[in-house]
Design a protein around this ligand. Structure first.
Ligand code: SF4
Length: 519
């Protein structure tokens, strides 16, 4: 295992052409640069030499031909896989690309694509490029597949910059020359990201928190949208993000869901799903007036808080709702009794509360807050209002508190905790704060392409968890990204098990038959 403060890993940087080497001159600080020559035979010989060259990580960098229409000269391609076209080896070498993509973004490169790179024994144009694109490749070069052998088990990255595209030949020669110039500039700008990536190379112990990822409420809400799409077909409208996660939203969009901020955007008579965070009665009424067909994906545990708000409001209590103003869940709960609820976020706000009757005060909480922070606010409330009433059972849901216990368990032993979740996910943000309160640096990331390798340099114990709205798939990808930087030993720290399952609304509980559409 590499330890913090250990020797700085060195990068072996393989570039096929002298023109590429000239482009990166002076930009690859601390790297050993080798010019390999062009083509399969020279690449295989260079790979043999590379295997014997000491370095912690190996990268291949140079120009390439773009195969897909979205690529422009100067765009950076980070290989997720490389394959040889023509003479072997024909096996596909898969690569982890996330941290390198993050480093490229940090260095200001915006047009970065991740995908399959194919290496050809000859220059390819026209129909040959179409054939390679049909196999799923996005770029073609003449070396990477054979040069990959230089890694010899060390972390490997393949970074190519698009020099020409399928349409280059149709363009004016001057435009093509400009494209090449652009490509050389991008290559120079990209190389410092490779040296950052190489500094993160090292073997690691990965502590994975459990429970993590989807809660029963998020799972139910997503299943509601999926079933609605199966039963009723696209489009199915969803008011607000079904759960606060960009990957979930994109996946469902790909299947035909349309996310809207306002019901006014939905054509009358359409099917509308309310998100897991719940809505106010005013929104339900508006949907009714607009003639929308509604399926409610509000989490039953949020619905429980709504019910408590109605109960306390009916008995004349002033309700202090502990939560974050503007969060979808808080907006929905406030809407249950707008005149009776006041929102408080910080303990200090309790002192300024003005209530008509000090003996009739109750509190409720947003379901996704940090347990210890809420405790502090409630203690202050009790100090001011000794007859304070609260919910029959804790409003902070089981999934929130379990994930908080689990992140605490890994943060104590980690150099860095990666929390997977979107920036608008309340429960994910709380996980970051809790890890930080344990004295551990923590980062909120949407996925592996947000792992800046600079965070990892010199750190050998990495904690990984995911908020209740983030899919497990993203956890697997983050662990795979760490494995792309060296050997990983994965340890799951489990603080409890979860067996919650919420049933679907009755209109969706029957699975459709094959090809069946229900209107
Ligand atoms: S975090 Fe808790 S309240 Fe929110 S959707 Fe999940 S189970 Fe329901």
């Amino acid at each position: 295992m590499s330890r913090p403060g250990g020797p700085r890993p060195a990068l072996l940087l393989l570039v096929p052409m002298l023109v590429e080497r000239a482009a990166i001159a002076g930009a690859a600080t601390g790297a050993t640069i080798a010019t390999t020559g062009v083509g399969r035979r020279r690449a295989l010989a260079a790979a043999e030499r590379g295997r014997r060259t000491p370095a912690a990580a190996v990268a291949i960098a140079g120009l390439c031909g773009g195969l897909t229409r979205d690529l422009l000269p100067g765009d950076v391609v980070v290989a997720t896989a490389v394959t040889a076209d023509g003479r072997g080896p024909r096996e596909t070498i898969t690569l982890s690309s996330g941290p390198l993509i993050a480093a490229l973004r940090t260095h200001g490169l915006r047009r970065v694509h991740a995908g399959h790179v194919v290496s050809s024994t000859r220059i390819v144009h026209g129909s040959q490029r179409v054939r390679l694109a049909a196999r799923g490749a996005i770029a073609v070069d003449m070396e990477s597949a054979w040069l990959s052998g230089a890694a010899g088990g060390r972390p490997l990255a393949v970074l190519r910059v698009v020099g020409d595209t399928p349409s280059t030949r149709l363009r004016h020669p001057l435009a093509a020359a400009r494209g090449l110039l652009e490509a050389r500039r991008s290559l120079r700008r990209a190389v410092p990201a490779l040296t950052d990536w190489a500094r993160a190379a090292g073997d690691r112990h990965v502590l994975v928190a459990s429970p993590r990822s989807f809660c029963a409420g998020a799972q139910r809400a997503i299943e509601i949208v999926e079933r609605a799409l199966d039963l009723y077909g696209s489009p199915v409208y969803v008011r607000k993000q079904i759960v606060h996660n960009i990957h979930v939203v994109r996946d469902l969009q790909g299947r035909g869901a349309r996310f809207v901020d306002s019901l006014q955007e939905i054509p009358p008579g359409s099917l509308c799903i309310f998100s897991a965070h719940g809505v106010s009665p005013a929104v339900r009424q508006e949907a009714n007036e607009l003639g929308l067909r509604v399926i409610d994906a509000t989490c039953p545990l949020v619905a429980k808080v709504h019910k408590e708000a109605r109960r306390f409001a009916a008995s004349g209590h002033r309700i202090v709702l502990i939560g974050h103003r503007g969060h979808d869940e808080v907006v929905g709960t406030v809407g249950e009794a707008p005149g009776a609820i006041v929102v408080v976020t910080e303990p200090a706000e309790v002192n300024g509360l003005d209530v008509p009757d000090r003996c009739s005060v109750a509190y409720l909480t947003q379901t996704t807050l940090a347990v210890d922070e809420v405790r502090e606010v409630v203690e202050r409330l009790r100090g001011r209002f000794p007859q304070l009433e609260g919910p029959a059972s804790n409003d902070i849901c089981y999934a929130t508190s379990n994930r908080q216990d689990a992140v605490r368990a890994i943060a104590r032993d980690a150099d860095l905790v990666l929390v997977i979740g979107s920036s608008n996910s309340s429960n994910s943000r709380r996980l970051v704060e809790i890890a930080e309160r344990e004295g551990c640096e923590a980062r909120l990331i949407d996925d592996d392409t947000a792992i800046d390798p600079v965070w990892l340099a010199g750190r050998s114990r990495i904690g990984v968890t995911a908020g209740a709205s983030a899919p497990q798939r993203l956890v697997d990808e983050v662990v795979a990204a760490l494995a792309g930087l060296g050997r990983v030993e994965v340890e799951e720290r489990c603080v409890g098990t979860e067996a919650f399952h919420f049933t679907l609304p009755p209109e969706l509980s029957r699975a459709p038959g094959r090809g069946e559409r229900v209107d």
